[in-house]
Design a protein around this ligand. Structure first.
Ligand code: SF4
Length: 269
């Protein structure tokens, strides 16, 4: 999809003010799969689990900020491998009661009991991406058997035939040619989202899974200071004032689209 001048201008205006409405917490880097469209396929990723002190620090920082956006319990791992997820959802719920708790899973480990316990613990929305038709059939059957009010909280995406993946900054080998999109449009991610790696380091964005551009570290700084700090400001200026961007952006083919958290909340409320 091409970007017209009017799209560009409306994004410029829309994202001039940075509003933190989505925080990703990589509770684990472990995964059940090794998909060719994922950066994990191209790197030796050690299956780490986030230390609980780091998680508590993040949640306390977000509580102090009265964070009410989307709290995503994943980044580049499979969240259902983390057996602490339910207890961490409960903690997040009591510290940030207005946040929308969200996970994105490949569904390999999803059972009806696990879905019930996650929703019971405070999960608001679960997106399930099925990467094989067998997995898609399993999830369809599981969703069918859930009570109505929980079925609506699962967004099942059958991606078994999808091939429009991003190159993730030139890391992922694609079947079709893809061109970098930046500079040009304003990328919404540094204006809306914060990605906290399993180590506590803050990455530039979802494309930066190797943390090539570290924006800060929640172990030594609070989330709000990182979000308002020089590293993020410099990236935002790069987009709106046409100054230099992080090198990864010049190789990035991720569309500059973004669904505001209020829209996501309305869909699942
Ligand atoms: S690498 Fe891509 S997704 Fe990340 S900030 Fe740059 S343009 Fe946005």
């Amino acid at each position: 999809m091409g970007w017209r001048a009017t799209d560009f201008l409306s994004h410029m205006v829309g994202f001039m003010n940075a509003v933190l409405d989505c925080v990703f917490i990589e509770t684990t880097t472990a995964c059940t799969r090794r998909c060719r469209f994922c950066t994990h396929y191209y790197h030796d990723v050690i299956p780490y689990f986030m230390h609980q002190d780091i998680f508590f620090k993040i949640i306390n920082d977000l509580r102090d900020m009265k964070f009410s956006g989307r709290l995503s319990f994943y980044m580049n791992g499979e969240p259902l491998l983390d057996r602490r997820l339910e207890s961490w959802l409960s903690i997040a719920n009591s510290c940030c009661p207005d946040a929308l708790n969200f996970i994105n899973t490949n569904g390999d480990l999803l059972t009806t009991d696990r879905a019930l316990s996650l929703f019971e613990a405070g999960l608001d929305v679960m997106k399930v991406n099925s990467y094989t038709s067998k997995s898609a059939e399993k999830i369809k059957a599981l969703v069918r058997d859930l009570p109505d009010h929980l079925r609506r909280k699962i967004n099942h995406n059958d991606a078994s035939r999808y091939d429009g993946w991003s190159s993730r900054g030139g890391v992922v080998e694609l079947k079709t040619e893809s061109k970098p999109l930046y500079p040009g449009p304003v990328c919404p991610r540094p204006f809306r989202q914060l990605y906290i790696k399993v180590t506590g380091e803050v990455a530039l964005c979802c494309t930066d899974d190797q943390c090539r551009h570290t924006m800060g570290d929640v172990r030594s700084n609070d989330v709000e200071s990182i979000w308002r700090g020089e590293s993020f400001e410099s990236v935002r200026n790069g987009f709106v004032k046409d100054s230099e961007l992080p090198s990864l952006c010049y190789q990035c083919d991720l569309e500059p689209t973004y669904q505001e958290v209020d829209e996501v909340r309305a869909l699942y409320s």
